[in-house]
Design a binder for this molecule. Structure first.
Ligand code: AHR
Length: 349
């Protein structure tokens, strides 16, 4: 009996050694990346693609996981990736996550399994839930670049993050509304929030709250409208049936300000005058709304990130170190700017 057990035990050990060897052979990347022996922490160090140190853009096959197509900003961001890929001569595989987190994770896994893809670019719908797929991507020798939306995950799991300082956009928004509401006794502000799990919504909200007390702003209503004009119109309509005591609206993106503007007009209020409106993005449509006088201020969030992202991907492919975050440079635009007509001409989105 004892002998039989010993025999069974040794067979199990042999089978498990064979399975482990077989499993790691299957997981080994197909000559797209160089992964050197494990350092003391046990994490493999990524040193670039097989073509390093002379990789060209034509060596890159980028799998891009876009959030969806929720408005003008997103359309410009998508166009930036498609057009720049053509200009640089790299192959782009585009995946539309349709604003569905489960779909985005499935798309990520598809790119990990795709032997052609050597770079994965992620515009994350949620800040959390990424560690497992990021680890899998790393184990499979894929370069991961986070664009637009930051995530909460260990920095050694991705090459770099390229995107806006959303908290700063929130702080700028509060400071601009302080100027617009100067001298008013009531400073009741309604906040139209983006997709609540996203870094853009979380950080803009947090930055706004950091600065609003400086001039006595109070957020009297706050609700998600998921970056959508249609939803924000409905939310604002519902609020207006409860009260009209509102001095300003902080829309976390331009699209949501458009919905709020319509709702205010239909309720007989003059947007931009009776109720000040500030939004984030600075798309062409927001400039149009400022020219019409219904939007007061738009805080810029730059969607044209592809040139920086692809450049970073090439550097990572060649084994270069990258900073953990490359913030975009962004401004603020005002409805009463005499140069508005000129600025709008240079706006491509
Ligand atoms: O992450 C950037 C935000 O996402 C933009 O402000 C919004 O319009 C978009 O959908």
């Amino acid at each position: 009996m004892k002998k039989n057990l010993l025999g069974l035990f040794s067979t199990l050990i042999v089978v498990s050694i064979l399975l482990t060897a077989c499993g790691s052979a299957m997981a080994t990347p197909v000559s797209i990346a160089t992964v050197v022996a494990a350092p003391p922490t046990g994490a493999p160090v990524f040193t670039g693609l097989g073509c390093a140190p002379s990789c060209q853009y034509s060596d890159l096959v980028v799998g891009f996981l876009q959030t969806g197509s929720e408005g003008g900003w997103r359309a410009a961001n998508t166009a930036s990736f498609k057009e720049t890929a053509k200009q640089l001569g790299l192959k782009l595989k585009f995946y539309d996550s349709q604003n569905d987190f489960a779909k985005q994770i499935a798309g990520f896994q598809r790119f990990i399994q795709d032997p052609e893809v050597n770079v994965i670019v992620l515009a994350a719908l949620e800040t959390t839930g990424w560690e497992e797929v990021l680890q899998q991507a790393k184990d499979n020798g894929k370069i991961v670049i986070i664009e637009d939306r930051r995530i909460d995950a260990p920095e050694d799991l991705y090459a770099t993050y390229i995107g806006s300082d959303f908290a700063e956009e929130g702080r700028k928004s509060a400071m601009e509304l302080c100027k617009l509401l100067e001298g008013m006794s009531g400073k009741n502000v309604w906040e139209l929030v983006g997709n609540i799990g996203s870094s853009a919504a979380k950080d803009r909200g947090q930055g706004f709250r950091e600065k609003m007390a400086d001039c006595g702003i109070e957020i009297t209503k706050s609700q998600t409208a998921n970056w959508s004009a249609t939803e924000s119109k409905q939310v604002t309509q519902a609020w207006l049936t409860e009260t009209k005591d509102v001095q300003a609206i902080f829309a976390q993106n331009d699209e949501m300000s458009f919905g709020a503007i319509e709702a205010l007009k239909e309720a007989g209020l003059v947007p931009g005058v009776d109720v000040k409106i500030l939004s984030v993005d600075a798309t062409g449509s927001a400039f149009q709304a400022m020219l019409e006088g219904s939007l007061n201020v738009t805080v810029e969030c730059n969607p044209l990130l592809a040139p920086q992202v692809y450049e970073a991907a090439l550097k990572a492919a060649n084994g270069e170190d990258l900073p953990s975050w490359v913030p975009s440079e962004e401004g603020v635009f005002y409805a009463d700017d005499p140069e508005l007509q000129e600025i709008i001409k240079g706006r491509t989105y």
